[in-house]
Design a protein. Structure first.
Length: 368
């Protein structure tokens, strides 16, 4: 059964990453109304830098819940190819469109119009090829060095996590051996975040994915084995940890903030949202679920949309003030429309144009 609250949480996380963190980084501006709003958006941008871990964590939980008892006789192609078919068309299309638009901007203005740091490498033919095959991050490089579409680094690392999950789950003969494998990759991820080796599959970004994905696999097992009383106590405990951790992070400068959020904040938040009836109802609201259904288009269309907005701004001499809250609001609305269009095209949940059979049936109805 589909968890609407988990879908809603994905939608909120995707919007914070795309429309607050990426906005402030790519446009070098913070939308401003008053000091309180600036503090809130500043904190959301700070946490948004490492909110991809929520996607890894939820993915690990859902993968285990769905496949833990069904991979023993499954072929790798049966497990992996459906995921590739679902996500690759959108990933490839957004990479190509971003790459083309960046080159148009470079031809027109003499420089890459967005994300200029490392732009020559990021917009090279090598980067495009790696981005199209899904090996832009974690395979031969760290961060988004070869990611034409920067946010797609998540997909590249996520695919590696899927492969290791399949191998452990399929060939682990006993539950203790499988959990030992999951725990190994959780520990490996923590080590790589502290001391990245900078070898294929052993980069810092690889560690981010390994830790949160396989921590999610272990976390869902803990949740399943707790009784009703244990889950309630766990939710209370998670809430207290979350409040204290957020206050501590706000009042002090935390070194290795990515580890702090990955180990303390995100597991507490996800456990609380997984087990609390009140949080489930809030996250399961129809608007959040709608955003969650579009979380991947929001995530992957974000950089292309930002490049497009910046190109229009420069081409038409609009001189947009990206710190203006109205510009930010227009950016969010425009980006959501683009994400919705891509969602309709690639995920086929809705159709902009009715298919032939629907048109024929409609024509028959009109004639009758």
């Amino acid at each position: 059964m589909k968890r609407l609250d988990i879908t809603g949480l994905r939608g909120i996380a995707a919007c914070i990453i795309a429309y607050i963190f990426h906005y402030t980084i790519l446009f070098q501006a913070m939308p401003h109304i008053n000091s309180f709003q600036s503090i809130i958006m500043g904190e959301l941008a700070r946490y948004g830098a490492y909110m991809s871990e929520i996607f890894f964590l939820l993915s690990g939980m859902l993968m285990y819940a769905k496949y833990s008892g069904s991979l023993y006789s499954a072929k790798f192609s049966e497990f992996f190819i459906p995921k590739v078919r679902k996500i690759y068309p959108l990933m490839i299309c957004t990479a190509l469109m971003t790459w083309i638009l960046q080159y148009i901007g470079h031809w027109k203005f003499g420089y890459y119009i967005l994300h200029p740091d490392g732009a020559e490498t990021r917009n090279s033919l090598t980067a495009l090829i790696l981005s199209v095959i899904g090996a832009q991050t974690g395979w031969i490089s760290d961060n988004d060095t070869y990611a034409v579409n920067g946010p797609s680094w998540f997909i590249s690392v996520w695919l590696v996590c899927q492969i290791f999950f399949f191998l452990i789950t399929k060939y682990g003969k006993r539950e203790c051996l499988r959990n030992l494998g999951y725990a190994f990759f959780t520990g490996l991820g923590l080590v790589l975040m502290l001391c990245p080796v900078k070898l294929p599959l052993l980069y810092w970004c690889s560690g981010r994915g390994y830790f949160s994905f396989f921590a999610g696999v272990l976390l869902v097992q803990i949740f399943e084995k707790l009784g009703e009383t244990g889950r309630r106590l766990g939710c209370i405990f998670s809430f207290l940890i979350l409040v204290c951790a957020l206050y501590f992070a706000y009042s002090r400068d935390i070194p290795n903030f990515v580890i702090y959020t990955s180990v303390v904040i995100w597991p507490s938040l996800v456990f609380l949202s997984w087990g609390s009836c009140i949080i489930r109802k809030i996250l399961g609201a129809s608007f959040f679920v709608w955003l969650g259904e579009m979380s991947m288009p929001i995530f992957l269309c974000n950089m292309f949309t930002d490049v497009l907005i910046r190109y229009i701004d420069l081409r038409l001499y609009l001189h947009l003030d990206y710190a203006d809250i109205r510009v930010w609001g227009g950016h969010v609305l425009f980006s959501l429309v683009i994400a919705w269009i891509f969602h309709c095209i690639f995920e086929k949940r809705k159709k902009i144009i009715p298919d032939r059979r629907q048109r024929d049936e409609k024509g028959k109805t009109i004639k009758s």
